[in-house]
Ligand binder design. Structure first.
Ligand SMILES: Cc1cc2nc3c(=O)[nH]c(=O)nc-3n(C[C@H](O)[C@H](O)[C@H](O)COP(=O)(O)OP(=O)(O)OC[C@H]3O[C@@H](n4cnc5c(N)ncnc54)[C@H](O)[C@@H]3O)c2cc1C
Length: 498
């Protein structure tokens, strides 16, 4: 296949008009994925660009255009993806992968046009290995569809994000380093992965080693994971499975202060008791949860879910009760935790999800135990005092824990966006700047599980310092033309030549 103006940006080179080049591009892509799987229909392009970021929701709410690709291609195999990336490399056009579009960071915005790659046809379960407890899937498989298939065999792939029923794919979860509600016990998406296959420029399939633990040099798999399409397109992944747990126990406690709840969580984790889920809600977030789930609780709420065999859960429960007594946790019985587990997707259901004209953002971050209490207080102050003139509200819960610390799932809300769209977007940016700068200044990171995308790219250099130049060098070597999801992760625009 010979593109008409290889090397020239569309519409600029050799006197060839943009529509003509785009027509040629569509025909070239059609030869790879089939003409029916290529579209430049305006609605299809807008759908590919959209995600669940506030920016995307706001632009649609105000009937403003999203930054769209020139064409969408829908591959169903790794060979198709190889062909797409090869064509993109020849044309030097951006490639913007999209799984379920449930991301919240503007990662699917096609800021520089190019080819949107809809991965949802790559939805095949390739192999379930019941001896090793692994599953190999194409990257576009919907997590909830996979889970049902596994549950029918008594198995689970224990990654249940709040977006479980928003179409989130396994590829998208790996691309953005996702966390599901039972990550405390089972690990984040990246810890569940054994092996990934990806297509990198100029259209080459690469595969990481069959096992994640090795002494064979730096970790290529963990470099691809979290790269949000900026290094390549993940086409296949092998993930760890677990047997469905034999049983569950539910515990709920109320604390006088967030600090007391945090100390309890710290003791639980550092004594190496590992609940499947442990969620500590500050008063404001506890009130929101209560309103959604009809819980009869108030104040600082700690809910715990244990899973496994009766004998081990009985020991864990005793040890947790001992720790909760240290900080005067009031036992609320199993009710609130059980109600949360049964309704765990409800706070994220479409009718409960915040939406414009509200200005909102989930500024989740993660820190060591020693930094967590100060980080929470600082972020609360930053939003509530710093944006008092807008009546900004702050809510937080702590929901994913590690042996050394935990994450804060915190949000800001401002009731009404300014009428002027530029002012509204500027206010949104200022809130984000304040929140992320406070995280970085208090031992946190820019994000724990939603990824970086367009929204947080500007914080990558301040966060990494000199190490960002090393990351940039990797990106430039890997993707010399900068065509892979340009404008994301702070890696900048496509480059005009090698
Ligand atoms: C209501 C709601 C609740 C949420 N709750 C959670 C939660 O609990 N935990 C959590 O982790 N996240 C959560 N999210 C965020 C989001 O669902 C996750 O980031 C999810 O993993 C994205 O998957 P996706 O397939 O929808 O990816 P998309 O939105 O399609 O893409 C996200 C990013 O990954 C890139 N990408 C997608 N697929 C690939 C691929 N195969 N190869 C390379 N790059 C790719 C895209 O270019 C984009 O930059 C939530 C979102 C919503 C709207």
């Amino acid at each position: 296949m010979t593109p008409l103006s290889a090397g020239a940006a569309p519409g600029t080179g050799a006197g060839v008009t943009r529509p003509f080049v785009m027509g040629q591009l569509a025909r070239d892509l059609g030869a790879v994925v089939g003409a029916d799987n290529v579209s430049s229909d305006a609605a299809a392009l807008a759908e590919q660009s959209a995600d669940w970021s506030w920016m995307s929701q706001f632009l649609r709410y105000r009937d403003l255009p999203l930054p769209v690709a020139d064409v969408v291609a829908r591959p169903s195999s790794t060979e198709h993806v190889e062909g797409i990336v090869r064509i993109a490399s020849e044309y030097r056009l951006p490639v913007v992968p999209r799984g379920g579009g449930s991301g919240t960071q503007g990662g699917t915005f096609a800021l520089y046009g190019g080819i949107a790659v809809d991965l949802t046809r790559m939805d095949r379960i390739v192999e379930i290995d019941e001896r090793s407890l692994t599953v190999t899937v194409q990257a576009g498989v919907d997590g909830s569809v996979l889970e049902k298939e596994l549950n029918d065999r008594g198995l689970t792939m224990p990654h249940y994000p709040g977006s479980h029923f928003f179409g989130a794919t396994i590829g998208g979860s790996l691309a953005a380093r996702g966390s599901g509600v039972v990550s405390t016990k089972y690990g984040k998406a990246e810890q569940l992965a054994l092996q990934v296959e990806a297509v990198v420029p100029p259209g080459r399939r690469i595969s990481t080693l069959p096992v994640p633990n090795h002494a064979s040099g730096p970790d290529l798999m963990q470099t691809l994971i979290g790269s949000e399409g900026t290094l390549g397109i993940i086409t296949e992944a092998t993930m760890r499975l677990d047997p469905l747990p034999a049983g569950r126990r539910f515990l709920s406690f109320q604390f006088g202060t967030v600090a007391a709840g945090l100390e309890t969580a710290r003791l639980i984790m550092t004594r190496r008791i590992v609940p499947a889920a442990m969620r500590l809600y500050d008063e404001a977030d506890s009130a929101r949860l209560t309103s959604m789930l009809d819980l009869d609780t108030a104040g600082v709420l700690l809910i715990l879910v244990l899973d496994g065999h009766e004998s081990s859960m009985a020991i864990e429960e005793d040890r947790i009760r001992e720790v909760c007594a240290v900080s005067d946790g009031r036992d609320l019985g199993d009710g609130p935790a059980r109600t949360w587990w049964d309704g765990k997707y409800e706070p994220f259901a479409k009718h409960n999800a915040p939406a414009p004209p509200l200005v909102f953002g989930t500024t989740d971050t993660c820190a060591r135990f020693s930094a967590l209490p100060g980080l929470y207080e600082a972020k609360k102050r930053t939003i509530e005092a710093g944006f008092a003139e807008y009546g900004a509200q702050y809510t937080a819960h702590f929901s994913h824990w590690f042996p050394w610390g935990g994450m804060i799932y915190d949000r800001f809300y401002v009731d009404n966006a300014p009428d002027d769209p530029d002012e509204a977007l500027a206010l949104h940016d200022r809130l984000w700047n304040a929140a992320v700068e406070t995280s970085l200044a208090n031992g946190g990171v820019i994000n724990e599980h939603h990824g970086v995308g367009l929204k947080l790219g500007r914080f990558m250099r301040p966060q990494y310092g000199a190490a960002f130049d090393v990351m940039l060098a990797v990106k430039n070597a890997w993707d010399p033309d900068g065509i892979m999801n340009p404008g994301k992760l702070g890696f900048g625009a496509p480059r005009s030549g090698r």
